[in-house]
Design a protein around this ligand. Structure first.
Ligand code: NAD
Length: 472
């Protein structure tokens, strides 16, 4: 895919998401979410694990072709349920934007790798043939966030099933209904293809205690956690093998060589996507002084507003608590609503608010998870890169740069040392939205897997045949 095609896709998505797009969806009659009793929805972790174990044993007898068919059915189910689950997620969690969730969920259905990504390896030589193939762990425990509830369930679910596993999800308590509903629909799709029941499981009422039970349970061979610092720490201390995907604070650097109109447009698109609750999206701008004012103008021309002076004071008081924490009430809310609550009148079409502040400001230092970001002005590109590295806090998650100077791009790529580095595009391109490559919604920086997919949920097994099966 070339630059023009990527630009066209991004433009199309921006147009679809449009400044004027409502954050709530149309009125759709959603089926009541199942409590325990839905397919794969259980009263206790133990029941969920027993069901998953039974499903895993049945899956072991299924062929790769059958696994592929189940995955195709899961993709179709996601597309068929897009409107319902996107609306349910916004309503239940109170986070994000309906149209943006449609785009995120569709991306997962279309660009999550399946069985084809598990490539066997063959090595031959004077001593014969050695084969490496990918085997399942068995039952995987997966802890999912409220910010991308259905995206994470299907993205992890496809990768884990492709590798031959069954899953028990501990879904986020504030996304439990949409998660249970979706898990029921996914299991129904597999059953319709003649596949095992209960490949995906959850508890109807997930809690931190149920997550802890899952993390410590002997039948769980592998843990995958997707969330903030607390759950990552808990997983690392569980004594189990864990794939841990934690928080980020992605900086976007813009230097004097960048295409400024494009940078302004891309930053507003990225930083406002699903009201900034996505871990990979731009969370602060670091702009070289020479282009800083022009960049602000471009951002404002694309449904962003600059907040300053007394208005900035009011916004700080609303969003940052006296003990310097983010006011969780405003996580994932629309920019226009947040600003209205701060007493600042802006058009309803506003997607993003930004404020020029020093590097030490909470809007820069905190992972705000809302469409309000800090804008830091620096002297030159070297200072910009150094600042970006500091404010990313060593999470090693995601960083973005707009520049046409390949030396500067190379310097930033090395310095930021992140799992994802996006050049000259919205950060969302890093997970395949308008960029090349597969999508992942579990980006494991603390444990080093980066963009997780099926091979990460599989065990490598080697088989050696001495002195035979070479064909030359
Ligand atoms: P969260 O940490 O509040 O919750 C995530 C999950 O972990 C939930 O299911 C929750 O119940 C569970 N949990 C939380 N603390 C726990 C503990 N101590 N023990 C056991 N379980 C615990 O996160 P959230 O608000 O749902 O999601 C937003 C956060 O997740 C942000 O920090 C974001 O950057 C991060 N995130 C990272 C990725 C990634 O791929 N790296 C993806 C999505 C979200």
């Amino acid at each position: 895919m070339n630059e023009t095609q990527i630009a066209r896709i991004v433009e199309q998505v921006v147009a679809n998401l449009g400044g004027a797009s409502p954050s709530r969806g149309p009125l759709i009659r959603t089926s009541p979410a199942p409590s325990s009793g839905g397919r794969g929805v259980h009263a206790t972790v133990e029941q969920a694990l027993d069901a998953a174990q039974a499903a895993f044993l049945q899956l072991r007898d299924c062929s790769l072709e059958e696994r592929s068919r189940y995955i195709a059915a899961l993709r179709e189910t996601m597309i068929a349920e897009l409107e319902v689950i996107s609306q349910m997620a916004v309503e239940e969690t109170g986070l994000g934007r309906y149209l943006d969730k449609l785009a995120k969920n569709r991306l997962v259905a279309e660009k999550t790798p399946g069985v084809e990504s598990l490539t066997p390896r063959a090595e031959t030589g004077d001593h014969g043939l050695t084969l490496t193939e990918w085997a399942p762990y068995g039952v995987i425990g997966s802890i999912t966030p409220c910010t991308n509830p259905t995206e994470t369930i299907l993205n992890n679910g496809i990768g884990m099933l492709a590798a031959g596993n069954a899953v028990v999800f501990n879904t986020h308590p504030s996304a439990k209904r949409v998660s249970a509903y979706f898990i029921d629909r996914l299991n129904a799709a597999i059953e319709r293809c003649g596949g095992p029941s209960n490949l995906f499981n959850c508890v109807a009422d997930p809690t931190i205690a149920s997550a802890e039970t899952l993390m410590k349970h002997p039948s769980v061979r592998l843990l995958t956690v997707t969330g903030g610092g607390g759950v990552v720490k808990a997983a690392m201390q569980s004594g189990k093998r864990a794939i841990a995907a934690g928080p980020g604070n992605p900086p976007v650097v813009v230097d004097e060589t960048a295409d400024i109109p494009k940078a302004g447009r891309d930053i507003v698109f990225g930083a406002s996507l699903d009201n900034n609750i996505i871990c990979i999206v731009e969370k602060e701008v670091i702009a070289v002084g020479e282009i800083a004012d022009a960049l602000k103008r471009e951002m404002c021309a694309n449904h962003a507003v600059e907040v300053k002076g007394r208005d900035l004071k009011k916004l700080e008081e609303l969003l940052i608590t006296p003990d310097n924490h983010v006011n969780r009430k405003y996580i994932g809310k629309d920019a226009a609503l947040i600003l209205a609550d701060a007493g600042i009148r802006v058009p309803d079409t506003t997607r993003l608010a930004f404020a020029e502040v020093p590097e030490s400001h909470p809007f820069v230092q905190h992972e705000m998870l809302m469409p309000v970001i800090g804008f830091v002005r620096v002297r030159d590109v070297d200072e910009a890169i150094e600042t970006a590295v500091r404010v990313e806090h060593g999470y090693g998650h995601t960083a973005v740069m707009h520049s046409t100077n390949i030396n500067a791009l190379g310097k930033m790529a090395r310095a930021c040392n992140t799992s994802i580095f996006v050049k000259n595009a919205p950060s969302a391109a890093g997970t395949g939205l308008g960029g090349e490559g597969f999508t992942s919604w579990t980006i494991a920086s603390p444990t080093g897997e980066g963009m997780t997919y099926a091979p990460h949920f599989a065990r490598a097994r080697r088989c050696v045949l001495k002195d035979n099966f070479r064909i030359v």
